[in-house]
Write a protein that binds this ligand. Structure first.
Ligand code: MLT
Length: 206
């Protein structure tokens, strides 16, 4: 299988001072879903948007799950490495600097962005995680010093268990990342406060 085997959409950047974005959709989305969000959050950024390659009854995801909220670590690990290999190949093909690549992931896409940080930290420079949960707890944490992460969570999220955003933030902080945790009065769907938090994250980039 070629390393560029993920279906994806690439939109070249128009402002080289902005970071390239890796857009990772939620369950049932596709490579087109988050393009408008990426354009809004970081105008001028190059956008790399893969489509999850696992079909759950026709709904695209980035890794299979055993049931809602139940994950197989081997499956999550295997798919994370596959996506990291794709990112490396795509970065070379499109001339993107992986160290500047900022993931913007929602739900299942946020979850695989987090496991990319944990298992293949060289793939990303920063990450905006919208409604993530803890899907993997590696025995050994990577060195994430210098990496910025935003976790935007919903206090009334029926899918993400209450303690997960804090647990994920603590795990990433233990690894050395600079983590901002923004809980909102929201469910699993995004609300305007997510946009403000994410915009603030991009505006505050060093
Ligand atoms: C997942 O399976 O990654 C999470 O439950 C989020 C979702 O896709 O519903």
């Amino acid at each position: 299988m070629s390393a560029l085997s993920y279906h994806h959409r690439f939109e070249p950047g128009t402002d080289p001072s902005t970071p390239p974005l890796l857009l990772l959709h939620g369950t049932g989305g596709d490579e087109h879903d988050l393009i408008p969000l990426g354009q809004k959050l970081s105008p001028g950024s190059a956008l790399l948007s893969p489509r999850g390659d696992v079909s759950e009854h026709g709904a695209w995801r980035f890794f299979a799950r055993l049931a809602e909220g139940v994950f197989d670590p081997a499956e999550v690990t295997r798919r994370t490495h596959a996506l990291a290999d794709f990112i490396a190949a795509a970065a070379e093909q499109y001339g993107l600097e992986p160290g500047r690549l900022t993931a913007v992931g929602f739900s299942n896409g946020a979850n695989i962005a987090a496991t990319l940080l944990l298992l293949r930290p060289e793939s990303l420079g920063a990450a905006v995680l919208l409604r993530p949960m803890v899907v993997l707890e590696p025995k050994q944490l990577p060195d994430l010093k210098g990496r910025r992460v935003l976790i935007s969570s919903g206090n009334f999220d029926p899918i993400v268990p209450n303690d997960h955003p804090v647990r994920l933030a603590e795990m990433l902080r233990r690894a050395g990342a600079g983590v901002t945790l923004h809980p909102h009065a929201a469910g699993h769907g995004l609300v305007p406060a997510d946009m403000s938090a994410a915009r603030g994250f991009f505006q505050a980039r060093p």
